[in-house]
Design a binder for this molecule. Structure first.
Ligand code: HEM
Length: 229
C-alpha cells in the first residue's frame, strides 16, 4: 500500500513539474498562497469573508439558473418550484437570499476596517477605488436580484426603486426608461434585470475582484505599526 501511494505521489510530482515548466503555475501559487502575511487581527479577515460569500453567491446563483425562467409567466412558479420541489433547492435559494445581505454587510464592515486602519492611503488608492467599484457591484446585484422572484414585493419594490431613479433633473426620466426598458415595468424589465444580474454584473465582479486581489497581493496587507516602531 505504502509503495503504491509513493508511486502515485512521484507521478503527481512529475506531472506538476511538467506543468510548471509549461505554464509556470508554481510562481503564481507561491505569490498567492505562500506570501508573508503580517500578524494582524480578526478585523483583517473581513475582506476574505466578503470574498468567500462572493464565491458562494456565484455558485448558488449558477445552480438557481438551472431551474429559474425569467419570464412573467414562469418566474414566480419556477422560484416556488425551486423552493418546494427541487432537492436542496430551499437551501441553495436560502444561501443565495441571505448571502445577498451578508455580502453588503461584510463589504461595509471591511470598508470601515480599511478606513480605521488608514489602509486607503498611498500606495493603496487604487485598491480602495476598486473596492468602491465592488461595493457598487454588490448593490447592483441586490437591486436587480430583488425583482427576479416576480412576486408582489419584488414588483412594487422595483416600481419604487426605478421611480427614485427618475427623480434627478434632465437625465432622471431617461435613466428610468433605460432601467425599465420602457415607460412601465414589464417583461422587458424582468429580462433586462436578469441579463444584468447573471451576465454583466458577474463579469464586472470577477474583473474587479481580480484587480483588487492583484493589488492586495502586490502591496501586501497594511499592518499597523508596532509599539517599538
Ligand atoms: C466584494 C467586495 C470586496 C472583496 C471580496 C474584498 C476583498 C479584499 C481582501 C481579501 C483583502 C485583503 C485584506 C483583508 O481581508 O482585509 C482586501 C483588502 C483591501 N480592500 Fe477589499 N474587498 C472588497 C471590498 C472593498 C471595499 C468596499 C473597499 C473600500 C472602498 C475595499 C478596500 C480595500 C483596501 C484599501 C484593501 C487593502 C487593505 C490593507 O492592505 O490593509 N475593499 N479586500
Amino acid at each position: 500500500m505504502d509503495n503504491f501511494l509513493s508511486q502515485i505521489n512521484k507521478k503527481g510530482q512529475s506531472l506538476l513539474a511538467w506543468l510548471d515548466e509549461r505554464i509556470g503555475w508554481r510562481q503564481v501559487w507561491e505569490s498567492i498562497f505562500l506570501r508573508k502575511i503580517p500578524k494582524v487581527g480578526w478585523l483583517y479577515t473581513l475582506g476574505s469573508a466578503t470574498l468567500f460569500v462572493a464565491v458562494l453567491q456565484l455558485v448558488t446563483g449558477m445552480l438557481l439558473t438551472l431551474y429559474y425562467v425569467p419570464t412573467p409567466d414562469h418566474a414566480y412558479d419556477t422560484v416556488q418550484y425551486i423552493t418546494n420541489e427541487v432537492t436542496a433547492g430551499w437551501l441553495i435559494r436560502g444561501i443565495h437570499h441571505y448571502g445577498a445581505s451578508a455580502i453588503i454587510i461584510l463589504c461595509v464592515l471591511h470598508l470601515l476596517r480599511v478606513v480605521m486602519s488608514g489602509s486607503y492611503k498611498f500606495p493603496r488608492e487604487i485598491t480602495w477605488i476598486s473596492g468602491v467599484g465592488l461595493l457598487m457591484i454588490a448593490l447592483g446585484f441586490g437591486f436587480t436580484g430583488y425583482l427576479l422572484p416576480w412576486d408582489q414585493r419584488a414588483y412594487w419594490a422595483t416600481q419604487v426603486g426605478t421611480s427614485i431613479a427618475s427623480t434627478p433633473p434632465l437625465i432622471g426620466e431617461y435613466v428610468m426608461r433605460v432601467l425599465r426598458g420602457g415607460q412601465e415595468l414589464s417583461e422587458v424589465t424582468l429580462a433586462r434585470f436578469y441579463g444584468v444580474h447573471i451576465w454583466i454584473l458577474p463579469a464586472l465582479l470577477l474583473t474587479f475582484i481580480f484587480v483588487h486581489m492583484y493589488l492586495v497581493i502586490k502591496h501586501g496587507i497594511s499592518a499597523p505599526p508596532k509599539k517599538e516602531d
